[in-house]
Design a protein around this ligand. Structure first.
Ligand code: PMP
Length: 412
């Protein structure tokens, strides 16, 4: 390996530590306490524990006894790994059961598992958009990196509509050749803003222009809708979305991703998706754990109710304290800081003084000048936890939040 390549990589990171310092610090702290104190639950007891406020295990299913038992039992029964790719020896009983459960959850013909939500979007979109000749894709400006990568891999023509702006989508789609296949791609809950897409308008535009629809419900499945089936299901329009995509790593507390949709599409993705075909299947124990989580959340409202009551309490308290956040539509509460250094300082102070861990979100996850503290109250927090969190945040906000400076987009 010649050094110029290494230099190139070094140059890419020379002006930033990429959050490495905080990363190492959190790792060190997390490693030095018993697991219980770094779960996304637990009281803030000074320096003896860390209270986590940025976990995507929103419903606490990663610690749920039914999920843990299912995983342990599956390990005893089937061992640690899948032993192969899905098509070559790696398919297990639990993969099949989980795919059936997910298809039933979304009311679709079939579902297909991937090893992560990232690979699900990448693999599914590269096939769906890539195999329809002359397909034009209409993609929301804030769609996740995995969607962007899947569309890049598809090599389909792409048009970006302004975030959550159906009028702009309509304008772009109306200007496209009426005879080419079209695909609209959106998220239901946006990961960094925590806002919700105008799904019925999108579905209506799709119908009028004969477009297929692909909906990423990663931050919604488990949390919203009847049986946790997501936002489209909550609005009674899941049928209007051709493919619904989800993760097992957030509301369902484990790991893995999936799509659910018509049998023809699922079959094509199963055959041609490189991120499905050329990788080892999910460990059976993970599939068993996810199955237990989906199963539990289809019949239990307890976690959803607790999550939503904590989220609403946090919205109310932040409003009372005058702390700005992007959206009160979901449990993703993105406190608008707008400056990388201030954001990191707030995160560090919360940790050092209050034993609270909430990660500063900087570029490339958000644009320069739009830095946030992405707070995720979970079902495992109590109302008192939320109050303590907001008290601590208010103190830090008073101290350094006012030092915010205007964005310098040129810095990128
Ligand atoms: N889609 C969205 C909207 C996401 O936010 C994420 C991850 N944060 C993914 C897909 C990828 O999911 P996973 O973490 O399961 O790979």
């Amino acid at each position: 390996m010649t050094t110029q390549y290494l230099d190139l990589f070094a140059r890419l990171t020379e002006n930033s530590d990429g959050g490495k310092r905080e990363f190492l610090e959190i790792g060190r702290l997390a490693g030095s306490f018993p697991a219980a104190s770094v779960r996304s639950s637990g009281p803030v007891t000074g320096r003896d524990s860390i209270s986590v406020w940025c976990s995507n295990d929103y419903l606490g299913m990663g610690q749920h006894p039914a999920v843990l038992k299912a995983m342990k039992d599956a390990i005893d029964e089937y061992g640690a790994g899948a032993g192969g790719s899905r098509n070559i020896g790696g398919t297990n009983h639990y993969h099949v059961l989980l795919e059936r459960e997910l298809a039933a959850l979304h009311g679709k013909d079939e579902a297909l598992l991937f090893t992560s939500g990232y690979t699900a979007n990448d693999g599914a979109l590269s096939v769906i958009a890539g195999r329809m000749e002359k397909c034009v894709v209409f993609s929301d400006a804030l769609n996740h990196a995995s969607i962007i990568d899947g569309l890049r891999h598809s090599r389909a023509q792409k048009q970006i509509f302004r975030h959550n702006d159906p009028a702009h989508l309509e304008e772009l789609i109306a200007a496209a050749d009426p005879d080419v296949p079209k695909l609209i791609v959106a998220e239901s809950v946006y990961s960094m803003n925590g806002d919700i897409a105008p799904l019925s308008e999108i579905a209506d535009i799709a119908k009028r222009h004969g477009a297929m629809t692909y909906l990423d419900e990663v931050h919604a499945v488990g949390m919203y809708g009847p049986e946790g089936a997501g936002i489209a299901a909550r609005e009674g329009i899941a049928d209007d979305f051709t493919v619904i995509m989800g993760t097992l790593a957030k509301g369902f507390g484990t790991t893995g991703g999936y799509i659910a949709g018509p049998a023809e599409i699922i079959e094509a993705v199963r055959m041609f998706s490189r991120s499905f075909v050329f990788t080892t299947a999910l460990a059976p124990a993970v599939a068993a754990g996810a199955l237990a989580a989906v199963h539990h959340l289809r019949s239990s409202e307890v976690e959803r109710e607790q999550l939503w009551s904590n989220a609403q309490l946090m919205h109310r308290l932040l409003n009372e304290r005058g702390i700005p956040f992007i959206s009160d539509q979901t449990h993703i509460v993105s406190v608008m800081v707008g400056d990388e250094a201030v954001c990191k300082r707030m995160s560090a102070l919360l940790l050092d003084r209050h034993g609270i861990y909430v990660q500063a979100i900087n570029a490339p996850s958000v644009r320069v000048g739009e830095e946030i503290l992405r707070v995720a109250p979970g079902a495992v927090h109590t109302a008192d936890d939320v109050r303590e969190f907001v008290d601590a945040l208010s103190q830090v906000w008073e101290e350094v939040g006012s030092a915010r400076v205007p964005a310098t987009p040129a810095a990128l």
